[in-house]
Design a protein around this ligand. Sequence first.
Ligand SMILES: Nc1ncnc2c1ncn2[C@@H]1O[C@H](COP(=O)(O)OP(=O)(O)OP(=O)(O)O)[C@@H](O)[C@H]1O
Ligand SMILES: [Mg+2]
Length: 599
Amino acid sequence: MKLQAKFLGLILAAGLLGAVAVLALIQGSVHSIIIGGIEKSSVVLALASIHDLAAALASGRETDLLPVLQKLQREEGALYAAALDPDGRILAHTTVTEKGRIEDDAFTKAGLAAGEPRLRKDSLRGEPVLLITVPVWPPAADEEFLLSGPLRTGPKTRMGTLKLAVPLRAPEETETRILRDISLIVVLIGAIVCGLFVLLARGMLAPIHGLMAGIARIGRGQFDVKVPVLSRDELGELAESFNAMSGELARTTVSKEYVEGILENMDDMLVVTDPEGLIQTVNRAAAEALDGSEVVGRPLASIFDSPPKEEVVRDAEVVLRAKNGGRMPALYSSTVFRGRDGRLRGFIGVAKDITARKRSEEALLAAKLAAEASNRELETFSYSVAHDLRAPLRAVDGFSQLLLSEYAGRLDEAGKDYLTRVRQGSKRMGHLIDDLLNLSRITRTVLRPESVDLSALAASIGDELTRSEPGRKVELVIAPNVRAWGDANLLRVTLVNLLGNAWKYTSKHPAARVEFGTENRGGSTVYFVKDDGAGFDMSLSKRLFEPFTRLHAANEFEGTGIGLATVQRIVSRHGGRVWAESAVERGAAFYFTLWERKS
Ligand SMILES: Nc1ncnc2c1ncn2[C@@H]1O[C@H](COP(=O)(O)OP(=O)(O)OP(=O)(O)O)[C@@H](O)[C@H]1O
Ligand SMILES: [Mg+2]
């Protein structure tokens, strides 16, 4: 029920009760004024004629009594007036036919017995009347008037009783009319009060209705609601507080629609369960991937091929049961969903489809395995070729030497020169075969990783280089305490090649600087060997790490071009990579990384 209706009901009930009470009071007063006045005046008039009546009763003649009674009837406007003897017999009556009858109704009997006037409302032939009995006593000797009622003195014999019937219709009609008029006035006043109240209530309830509408809009998720401030009273203050609150809500609350929009547009799948783990909500991505209509209401575990063991997981690789019986690899994370009161509301799971990533990983793995297999085949092939080449090469070298020593007399100078060149060629070929065998050994040996002190290794290699050419002026700068996790032999080979190159390619300069150290790049350790030597043209460096690739001519700097190829294989077997930066006559810097292990 609306507040206005309640107030109106209350006012109406109170008004009705008040009106009834007021009318009852007014009716009592009107009655006592009109009817009470008639009663009093009737008794007074009756008493006034008692003297004459006593004299007529004393004579005992009807002819004496009747004039007195008729006079009284006239004065009172009575319907009748009767004189009764002490037994109730009618001695005289203004209505002739009543004479001689004994009045034995209860009221008359009581009046005969009573010592004072009595009154009663009654009806006579359908008319309302006031019946009055007045006792008549003989006058005392010293009394001038014959008195009736309580003023009577001394023991005397009762002479008779006067009985009157006064009509009440007219006064009662007057009473009814007055009451009707007053009731009308009361009803009119009530209607005016109710009307005024409705107007007042409307005015008072308007701001409350405004507030109710505002609250309803907030309930529908529209937070920035302003209600009109209609007054400067408490309701006005309430409206202002409401506006401040809704403004604050709009600023601080993310609307349901907004959040739903985000969830719906997420590419990742979102699943929300109840505390029992039954799926309650899925977003669009999940509905599309998992067949949303079938998923809702089912246990969370049912969307997985094999569900994660923990309830809270982070980036777990799972396989989801996709639509139409398909399977979908996904990265899955889940969290516990609690309400503000800390009670468990359910679980939130987010899954990312990694089908494409899985496919490319598989393709990459297959390619890697194939490359490794073909590499292994190639290594085995080149190893066996190199190995098998040694025997015929030894034969070429051996027989050339035999020719030179045992048939020297039969060979002219040109023949000897040719044979010497054959021997030089076969020696060089022998070196190449050795290098090839070493290179393939590096790929084939088993790694024995340990913590290696690279600073100590670099220092000992530097010593060896200095001792090999004590005349050279080379400043060797080696960073202290550089350690790495790896195979000590292979890491030594790496540094021998890099420091050896730095030593070699600075040899044309009168003074040189060679440095070994580390840098931190993006949180990873990068090892380097730098020099200030001949350097090279970076545009030619594409095949720098391929076997037998050289950027300098043999007559300029000696070498076979196998060193950097060896370095690259070692570094790659240590899970790292190697690269170079250089410019002609500006020196060269070689960088390499190794797997991140605590060394
Ligand atoms: N520190 C350097 N400064 C200038 N050029 C370099 C440097 N290190 C390597 N190079 C260039 O890279 C080429 C390949 O180097 P690599 O170590 O593989 O071969 P090499 O030194 O010529 O011969 P090897 O090391 O087999 O005796 C070199 O021939 C040279 O041209
Ligand atoms: Mg080299």
